[in-house]
Ligand binder design. Sequence first.
Ligand SMILES: Nc1nc2c(ncn2[C@@H]2O[C@H](COP(=O)(O)OP(=O)(O)OP(=O)(O)O)[C@@H](O)[C@H]2O)c(=O)[nH]1
Ligand SMILES: [Mg+2]
Ligand SMILES: [Zn+2]
Length: 352
Amino acid sequence: MIEQYGWSDLLAQAFAPHARAGLTPGRVVVQQRNGYRVLADQGELRAKAAGRLMHEAGEAGHPVVGDWVALSLEPGQRSATIHAILPRRTAFVRRAAHSVQDVQVIAANIDVAFVVTSLNADLNPRRIERFLAAAWQSGARPVLVLTKADLSPDLDAQRAEMQALAADCPVVVVSARQGQGLDGLLAHLAPGETCVLIGSSGVGKSTLVNALLGEDRMATEAIRESDDQGRHTTSHRQLVRLPGGGLIIDSPGIREVGLIDAEEGVSAVFDDIEALVAACRFSDCSHGGEPGCAVQAALKSGALAPARWASFQKLGAELAAVEDKAARLAKDAKRRGQKSYRSAKKADRDAG
Ligand SMILES: Nc1nc2c(ncn2[C@@H]2O[C@H](COP(=O)(O)OP(=O)(O)OP(=O)(O)O)[C@@H](O)[C@H]2O)c(=O)[nH]1
Ligand SMILES: [Mg+2]
Ligand SMILES: [Zn+2]
């Protein structure tokens, strides 16, 4: 059963100490205010996090949808207690509402982040850029998804504008209503991989999940006619399995503000690796074989999984690229601003 939800040999390795302690592996599929639903070999179970887990950890240490967890089962009942969370391979994070320092993890162990925006209204490039940067930051592969193609005033122009903005990230155009573009979307998600839908309320995330499922399992609601805003119809995150074997997480609409900045995002997900890096003998250690390298030592002892180290390094490179691009865009904008200022002055002079 859990194999269908992305369980792997690597996870089984990480789980070994919990298995020895008599715990059962499961994946969090629903997160609600009053508890969780977890998919285990025994089926879908209601679960609560152990008090210790909720108290010791900051908010980033609470279980979230997509997490692999260690469970104790109540005999005879369909309920369980979550005792531990396996290290997250990737995580989509944002700043917690109540605190500047604390981060909230939106979803964990995601392979693909679908950044969703709709073509029925004016596109908001700044917003989409922030969503994309947050998606890069999560460690997942971002894909920009343009929904409601059937309502687009000028599909080719909108697509070109978005492709320019998304740079190397793929852009997919869909219409859930007309069943158009769904195969192209699914091409980005291999069986056993997990994706999350991220975007504002009302862009059509739940409608898209229903179209991919071939049934109306998620609640959807019309957007307000006055201002095209969604109504925050989806209230909790939920992971479901698609007919093709991919896993998809529908989530409530989120605003792009408060998406964490790059450095904090990495820290939230890879704090264990950052602690290792800080423990290397040389502060400029390249972790490539210098004496006293804590990273190499952890890799050798098995305390740090090679895959996790690789994804940390990959994330660093991608973040640098996103930051470069942001700096370039800012510079371009400034140059354009100056040019138009200059040409405006010239026009003034010419007129005068
Ligand atoms: N014409 C058209 N309408 C669509 C399409 N996809 C979604 N919609 C409509 O857009 C509205 C909002 O869709 P939802 O799926 O509820 O949006 P959501 O992103 O899940 O919104 P939240 O749950 O609030 O975050 C609904 O009325 C849908 O019928 C589409 O491809 N074409
Ligand atoms: Mg929804
Ligand atoms: Zn080192």
